[in-house]
Design a protein around this ligand. Structure first.
Ligand SMILES: [Zn+2]
Length: 144
C-alpha cells in the first residue's frame, strides 16, 4: 500500500512528488473502525473509507492518538468506480407526497418544472448522475 501521509505536505504545497505521479485521490483509513468506533473521534469514524481529493483532504492525525492513514487510489470514474445514491423517498414521500404540507415551496417549484410523483425514479437517477459527476470533478464539500 502506498501511503500518502509522508508526502502530504509536499503535495499540498504544490510540489508534485514522483511517488504519486497521476494520483490525486486518497482513501481515508481508520484502522480502529471496527473495534473502537463508538469511543473514537467522530470525524475519523465519518471519514472511514471515504475517497477524497488530496488537496481537499484533512491531514491526519486529527487528534491525539489518531492513527488514521491515507492511501493513494486511482481517480474515481463516474458510473464505474464511483456512484451516487439518492433516496427515492426524497421525492415520493417528501417533495411530492400529497399530505406533507411543510414543503409546498419545493412542491410548487418541481411542479413548475413539469415534474410530479410519477417522475420520482427519473429525478432520483438524475440527482445521482449529477452528484457523482460533481464529486469526481472535485466539486464537493466535506461535512465533517
Ligand atoms: Zn483518526
Amino acid at each position: 500500500m502506498l501511503r500518502a501521509l509522508e508526502i502530504f505536505e509536499e503535495k499540498k504545497g504544490g510540489v508534485k512528488s514522483e511517488k504519486v505521479a497521476g494520483k490525486n485521490w486518497v482513501r481515508w483509513i481508520h484502522p480502529k473502525a471496527d473495534s473502537t468506533a463508538i469511543t473514537h473521534c467522530t470525524k475519523c469514524v465519518a471519514l472511514e473509507d471515504c475517497w477524497l481529493l488530496l488537496r481537499k483532504c484533512p491531514k491526519p492525525p486529527l487528534h491525539t492518538r489518531c492513527d488514521c492513514e491515507l492511501e493513494f487510489i486511482d481517480d474515481p470514474i463516474a458510473g464505474i468506480t464511483a456512484s451516487g445514491n439518492c433516496a427515492i423517498e426524497k421525492f415520493e414521500k417528501y417533495i411530492f407526497h400529497p399530505s406533507i404540507l411543510k414543503n409546498l415551496g419545493k412542491k410548487k417549484l418541481f411542479g413548475e418544472w413539469g415534474y410530479d410523483i410519477m417522475d420520482s425514479k427519473y429525478l432520483k437517477s438524475e440527482f445521482e448522475k449529477q452528484a457523482v459527476a460533481r464529486y469526481v470533478s472535485g466539486e464537493y464539500e466535506l461535512g465533517v
